[in-house]
Design a binder for this molecule. Structure first.
Ligand SMILES: Cc1cc2nc3c(=O)[nH]c(=O)nc-3n(C[C@H](O)[C@H](O)[C@H](O)COP(=O)(O)O)c2cc1C
Length: 433
């Protein structure tokens, strides 16, 4: 009997995670459609996934990934899904650089209530400098963003703790609605935020919504080790994934936490075929759709420099880590160095899975690789990035998931109704009560 099971999330972009996935036959070509996102959520629940995840960026350009250019606001979208799904965790990004903690705490507490305990907040510092002009400010330096984020996350968690369970009495006889002893003010006065509290919504079904994190810089890893429940990693090979895995787990005791309190999910785009040749042919087809204009836009964002004029057949040189994202830049530049890649190769890699890892093969090949990473100390599960929807996701859920189940690696049905339950995490201790 196996006890440890994989956790699976799906990274949802209506037009597919591949920059040109929408050009595949039968693929959805919109991320502005309730029908599309409801269909994707239904597939994810059919596959007993832990998490339906929506990223977010706060700008749009004509050469961006199509699902970055035109998309719904994620919390609004998840509010709609809360009503039409029953088990799957609902996670979304909210930036610590372009929000107020009170608003974020309230949004995710509301989603946690609406979904009966399935909300998750991806706390990102935002690495996209194009978002800043939409808020009339500059993007702060990398480590300054994380200093703000550290305080931001503490305030949000503190606001979620301002209520004890059972605070709403609603006693018709006595007329008492609230037990005031079960509501506390936060009274936070910090360097960046002053927040009195309490929040105007009661204790969450999960105690606190789940915290997701995806930073891989030193400061990002510290924030994750201290506060996150789930971490998405960006890695391109097994050794790198193992290093990323232990770099995070090893630092948790420093923050008084056990390594099992975080699930690390590397991002992966599986390209499935009946044969290996089929899978490679599908990947070739997808790659043939990439235009260097849109790939260059993504790659520039990942590396924090404008690569659009660089000669495509020149080797990628050693570059310093940018002010944008350390995690993506490090994974992509080290792969380029290892494999002697040209700018054209790096464009193609970014166009495929936006800097994430791509595997192509049969359902057995894909299950073998995921199993090796899961059992070899590189992953607690995976954040699946289907190249297009619904076909590539249907394929994963109908072919690879049963293979993982057959091997005892993944659940055959839901055994909990909250995301915290799927992840096997205890209810958090309230700091006030
Ligand atoms: C799976 C995944 C999802 C992410 N989603 C977002 C997102 O929605 N919005 C965003 O601004 N950054 C997103 N990021 C970026 C990171 O959260 C992080 O802010 C960035 O990599 C910079 O942090 P670092 O320098 O510590 O790596 C994501 C990263 C990963 C791996």
């Amino acid at each position: 009997m196996r006890h440890r099971k994989m956790h699976l999330g799906v990274f949802v972009l209506g037009t597919g995670n591949h920059i040109a996935g929408w050009r595949m036959e039968g693929a959805y070509d919109s991320f502005q459609s309730l029908t599309v996102i409801q269909h994707i959520a239904r597939i994810a629940e059919r596959g007993f996934f832990d998490l339906f995840f929506l990223g977010d960026t706060l700008s749009a350009g004509p050469n961006d990934h199509p699902s970055f250019t035109a998309r719904f606001e994620p919390l609004t979208m998840l509010g709609a899904l809360a009503a039409t799904t029953s088990h799957i965790g609902l996670g979304a990004t909210a930036s610590t650089s372009f929000n107020e903690p009170f608003n974020v705490a309230r949004l995710f507490a509301s989603l946690d209530h609406l979904s009966s305990g399935r909300a998750a907040w991806n706390a990102v510092t935002s690495s996209n400098p194009r978002a800043a002009p939409n808020f009339g400010r500059d993007l702060p330096e990398h480590d300054d963003r994380y200093r703000v984020a550290e305080e931001f996350v503490d305030v949000v968690m503190g606001l979620w703790d301002c209520w004890d369970e059972g605070a709403i009495i609603a006693n018709r006889e006595t007329g008492q609605y609230i037990d005031p002893a079960k509501m506390k003010q936060l009274n936070h006065i910090g360097k960046y935020f002053q927040v009195r509290g309490p929040l105007n919504i009661g204790r969450c079904p999960q105690g606190r919504p789940i915290i997701l994190q995806a930073g891989a810089s030193e400061t990002g890893l510290d924030l994750a080790a201290r506060t996150a429940d789930v971490v998405f990693s960006v890695v391109q090979d097994f050794e790198e994934a193992k290093q990323a895995y232990s770099a995070l787990k090893d630092r948790m005791p420093r923050f008084g936490r056990h390594p099992d309190e975080i699930a690390i999910l590397p991002g992966v785009m599986p390209i499935l075929g009946r044969t290996r040749q089929d899978a490679w042919a599908t990947l070739d087809k997808l790659q043939s759709f990439i235009t260097h204009t849109n790939a260059a836009s993504l790659l520039s964002a990942r590396l924090g420099l404008d690569v659009s004029g660089f000669p495509l057949d020149e080797k990628v040189p050693d570059l310093p880590l940018p002010n944008t994202s350390h995690g993506f830049a490090r994974a992509m530049l080290s792969k380029a160095r290892r494999e002697g890649m040209t700018w054209r190769d790096l464009h193609n890699l970014t166009g495929a899975a936006r800097g994430h890892w791509v595997i192509a093969g049969t359902k057995e090949d894909i299950a073998d690789t995921l199993q090796a990473w899961f059992e070899g100390g590189a992953a607690d599960g995976f954040n699946i990035l289907p190249a297009w929807f619904p076909g590539a996701f249907d394929g994963f859920v109908d072919e690879v998931v049963p293979e993982l189940q057959r091997r005892g690696l993944f659940r055959k049905h839901y055994t909990a109704t909250t995301l915290r339950g799927h992840l096997g995490l205890d209810m958090p201790k309230n700091r006030f009560f």
